[in-house]
Design a protein around this ligand. Sequence first.
Ligand SMILES: C[S@@+](CC[C@H](N)C(=O)[O-])C[C@H]1O[C@@H](n2cnc3c(N)ncnc32)[C@H](O)[C@@H]1O
Length: 248
Amino acid sequence: MLNIAVAVRYVPRLPFIRAALGPKYFIPYCPLEALDAIFTPGEFGPTLDAQVDFIGRATVPVAGAVKDSEAWVLAVMAKKSRRIFEFGTCTGRTTYHLARNSPADAIVTTMTLPPKGRDQYTVEAGDGKVDVDHALSESAFTRFFYSGTPVESKIKQLFADSKQFDEAPYLNSCDLIFVDGSHAYSYVKSDSKKALQMIKPGGVILWHDYHYNPKAVPGVFQALNELSMTYPMKLVSGTSLVMYRKIK
Ligand SMILES: C[S@@+](CC[C@H](N)C(=O)[O-])C[C@H]1O[C@@H](n2cnc3c(N)ncnc32)[C@H](O)[C@@H]1O
């Protein structure tokens, strides 16, 4: 007999099952070049237009870090973004990449819960314990990859609980938003709602850690599946990044 736990874990990875269940349960794939034409392959694969500076990590542990392939995608997207916002700074590796690769006049605003702000974190019904524990353990930094580098002046660091963050000054102003704060369901919903208000027409929101496995990062999986019923979102092939481009 098929073990239920095995089925829940592996069945969603089968493309025909996802197609049959539809976007209510699984956000559909798109190729990388659907995110942006800059990724359109040339004669040898990625073109020189998609060249960036970044700190590769391979298997070297970095708290809360994105994979190298995702770091590359984010850094390329930064090349044409002047107003960038990141929910969830952690070590500031992505923040550094965004600032390092964006135009000289770009501003990167990034928000994190500081170690002394953990008591501001609010758990709601539906938030998974593992997601909450990760969010709190990753709220450990007050110095970042970018600290003391030449791009620090492009970065505005916010220390706050994202549910208490007032997005009003950022409405319709961001070219690129990276949602990678707490992965607990209520926070993904709250951060996403704010990001959708902050993104400007033509701008792109990218969310991290969406997997075709309901148990991998359950808060992100559930919140994004629900949002994808209203917004046309796609999982960028080869990554765990979900994208939404606001129509101009
Ligand atoms: C997965 S890490 C972010 C990784 C980072 N974006 C990167 O690419 O290296 C999650 C971050 O979200 C922050 N965070 C967790 N809960 C938060 C909250 N309630 N408000 C603001 N930030 C929060 C953590 O402090 C941590 O900095």
